[in-house]
Design a protein around this ligand. Structure first.
Ligand SMILES: [Zn+2]
Length: 145
């Protein structure tokens, strides 16, 4: 992820994306800046809003979207809220007996760093479409992002 290839590619994508259109919320302009800005945490259904440092409304939304969806293949592997990224338990699935369940943890983090960089939900499909490029430039791994 810290390779020059990954940084160049990520920074180029941010430049291509341009203004996130999120009403002036500041954005980061480089992978380095996003890495500096993010706090990575492991998600647990038992965490409270206070423990997560998010509003109760955001906590409820995260619970609705992620709790009890852990085993679904198409569920997001992480959620980012105000610069904090919560990695879902399945983001750590690797070397499983069912290889198609394996996740690309580095790739998942790079995906979330686009959100940290200022690109919110409106950008999800565009960021999602970069999964192959993330793997070619950054994680050099297979697995689900
Ligand atoms: Zn996303």
């Amino acid at each position: 992820m810290q390779s020059e290839d990954c940084q160049d590619w990520f920074n180029r994508k941010l430049a291509e994306f341009g203004d996130p259109g999120n009403g002036g919320i500041s954005r980061t302009l480089s992978l380095d800046a996003a890495v500096q800005a993010v706090t990575l945490n492991k998600y647990s259904v038992n965490l409270t809003a206070a423990q997560m440092g998010v509003s109760q409304a955001d906590r409820d939304e995260i619970a609705n979207n992620y709790d009890s969806h852990h085993t679904s293949l198409n569920v997001a592997n992480a959620v980012t809220n105000s610069g904090r990224t919560w990695l879902m338990p399945e983001a750590f699935w690797n070397n499983s007996l069912i290889p198609y369940n394996d996740r690309d943890l580095t790739g998942i983090i790079v995906h979330e760093l686009f959100h940290v960089a200022g690109y919110g939900k409106a950008w999800e499909s565009r960021i999602k479409s970069l999964s192959k490029e993330i793997q070619n430039n950054c994680s050099h791994a297979k697995g689900i992002i």
